[in-house]
Design a binder for this molecule. Structure first.
Ligand code: FEO
Ligand code: CA
Ligand code: CA
Ligand code: CA
Length: 602
């Protein structure tokens, strides 16, 4: 399939113009339907969205804020698996300045400048924010070209910052995981900042806690018991003032609570009463995603990026093998080996083992058990000499070729003397995509080869050093790759975070990219988001006839443009998707189908 293509991209769709707009737009010939918006009812009895009368009780039953990852699971026994399923949705974070009236320009501006933004916040507004975090499960059905959310579904679920979860794996019960509220170290309330995720072959949703540092406040004194650990994670970040009202988010009142966040959470979407499990064997860091594939020997392999400048790419290989049976496989993610990547200059690479007692991971360096290794996975990786990357985001494996794609979104702090073969540009403002191939096409292998698929940015500016295929048009290039999906032909559908009119002359969106043959590295604009939004959640249905995407934080300020006014509830950058004068913009899921039916990826 790969050979013999011309440099003309094989994607037949008519490319969209990259001109930024306040609307979302899809390429000609497709429908883009807003399926679910922040505040829409999820659980039975949920009130209709009323932005002027928000309550935490209402938000707990309504769709949360800032939809990111989307996972589609066919409903068991569905006659047409691509037309009847569950959608699992991450709610990564909240934009209080856009959600709540009257917070004012002062708060929004202060937040942008990294100062205390909370003058107008109240305990009830914080409670609403906590209910707007976490995740949602909805049942969805397609009829003709239209999708609908099934009302009062037995599967419907909201997960929030207060949902009870179990801690499993090597850190469960460890003294560093114990708190006043939970002396067992095995029970935690909520999951936070869940960015991307994945689906397992045994039918579970894996959802990843990313920037958890921002929820904690207090003072990290040198004698704080977790001072070294918290410094490496940027705790406390105090992006939110939850610690003013909840002791557990204050690191001086509850010194270990922040060790209970930063994990991969596994959830059974088919049982709304199931207890989500924080799988500590996979390590604690700022998890972007966890996309898995089964290795030749049957082990399950989860690839994951740690999204911070100069942090690492990881993979977890289970000890057991996949049977596909949901009962037998249900705790597979509790035992296995965590690895971190080293990219060698000769195009080879090594997966270094994060195992207590091996190499430097000993008591002499403060690692007394595997619990210490997983809690401080970043520091362990520092000692192993892993390669410091340009903000690793989504990592996805192509099941046909076994090639693994790593989205590296940007790193404007890399200096000339810090470049390496895998991160070749200093001041890397536009990011790049790495392609890796495990030795023997075995994802459990500890060796791999790698290459750079594309360096992103504007190819017409020589100093940027972008390397898109020359067949790419002026609309077809992008910066800041973040998430991706792989279609049935093995091509990438890349979504971005950080394209803005003043920076790249375009908003974020979905770009379809060729990966093989003469057209390799050619991309084409398929969908674009409104002003201020980021594009998340790309997910095909198993029939390839629907493509779900998540429009996150529409209307947000352009933080890097000093001339842009701060966006607020009263003055957002767009009022998508409702465009009503008293309604703020609403993060929403969009279902894309082909007019007249058929596969999306043509
Ligand atoms: Fe939540 Fe790494 O983006
Ligand atoms: Ca995001
Ligand atoms: Ca992301
Ligand atoms: Ca991002």
């Amino acid at each position: 399939k790969a050979e013999g293509r011309s440099t003309t991209p094989s994607f037949a769709f008519e490319e969209l113009s990259s001109t930024p707009t306040e609307h979302a737009e899809v390429a000609n010939g497709y429908n883009a339907q807003v399926l679910m918006r922040w505040g829409d009812p999820v659980l039975s009895g949920a009130p209709a969205f009323d932005p002027a009368a928000q309550t935490s009780a209402a938000q707990a039953r309504q769709f949360g804020y800032n939809n990111d990852y989307l996972g589609y699971f066919p409903v068991p026994g569905a006659a047409e698996p691509g037309r009847h399923g569950l959608l699992c949705v991450n709610h990564e974070y909240t934009n209080e300045e856009l959600m709540f009236p009257g917070l004012g320009v002062q708060d929004a501006r202060a937040k942008r400048q990294g100062r205390e933004p909370f003058a107008s916040m109240t305990p009830e507004l914080v409670a609403i924010e906590m209910m707007a975090h976490g995740g949602t499960v909805i049942e969805v059905k397609r009829e003709g070209e239209t999708w609908q959310v099934v009302a009062n579904s037995r599967y419907a679920r909201r997960i929030t910052a207060e949902t009870e979860m179990e801690i499993t794996g090597p850190a469960a019960g460890h003294p560093r995981m114990q708190t006043n509220a939970d002396p067992t170290g095995r029970k935690v309330l909520g999951m936070l900042n869940n960015c991307a995720g994945g689906r397992t072959p045994w039918g579970t949703w894996v959802t990843c806690e990313e920037n958890i540092n921002g929820y904690f406040s207090g003072t990290r004194t040198p004698d704080h018991p977790e001072a070294r650990n918290y410094q490496r994670m940027g705790i406390p970040g105090r992006w939110m003032n939850w610690g003013d009202y909840h002791e557990r988010f204050d690191i001086n009142k509850e010194p270990n609570e922040a060790n209970r966040f930063g994990w991969v959470v596994e959830i059974d979407p088919f049982d709304p009463n199931s207890v989500p499990k924080k799988r500590t064997a996979i390590g604690r860091f700022k998890h972007e995603g966890a996309a898995g594939i089964t290795a030749k020997g049957g082990q399950y392999v989860l690839y994951a990026g740690d999204d911070q400048r100069f942090d690492y790419v990881y993979k977890f290989v289970t000890a057991g093998t996949v049977s596909g049976d949901r009962i037998r496989d249900k705790d597979l993610l509790d035992a296995g080996t965590l690895h971190v990547a080293r990219y060698n200059a000769d195009g080879t690479g090594d997966w270094l083992r994060l195992v207590h007692g091996e190499g430097p991971l000993t008591a002499a360096n403060g690692f007394n058990s595997q619990a210490d290794v997983v809690i401080e996975a970043r520091r362990a990786s520092d000692l192993l000499g892993a390669t410091r990357m340009d903000r690793p985001e989504d990592v996805e494996a192509n099941p046909q070729t076994d090639k693994v794609y790593v989205m590296l979104t940007n790193n404007n702090q890399r200096k000339d003397d810090q470049v390496n073969a895998a991160n070749p540009r200093s001041d890397n403002r536009f990011g790049h995509i790495i392609e890796m191939l495990p030795d023997g096409r075995d994802h459990a292998s500890t060796r791999f080869t790698w290459d750079i698929l594309v360096r992103c940015g504007d190819p017409s500016i020589a100093a940027v050093g972008a390397t898109f295929n020359p067949a790419t048009t002026k609309d077809g290039w992008f910066g800041m790759p973040d998430n991706c999906a792989i279609d049935a032909e093995g091509r990438l559908w890349v979504t971005t975070d950080g394209n803005m009119p003043h920076k790249t002359g375009r908003n974020d969106g979905v770009w379809a990219m060729e990966t093989e043959g003469a057209a390799r590295g050619t991309s084409k604009l398929f969908f674009k988001v409104p002003f201020g939004a980021e594009m998340c959640g790309p997910e095909f249905t198993p029939d390839g006839e629907t493509f779900f995407v998540a429009v996150q934080h529409p209307g947000e300020s352009d933080d890097e443009n000093p001339n842009a006014p701060p966006a607020t509830f009263e003055n957002p950058a767009t009022r998508w998707p409702d465009f009503k004068p008293d309604t703020p913009p609403r993060p929403s899921i969009v279902a894309i189908t082909r007019k007249g039916g058929g596969r999306i990826a043509v």
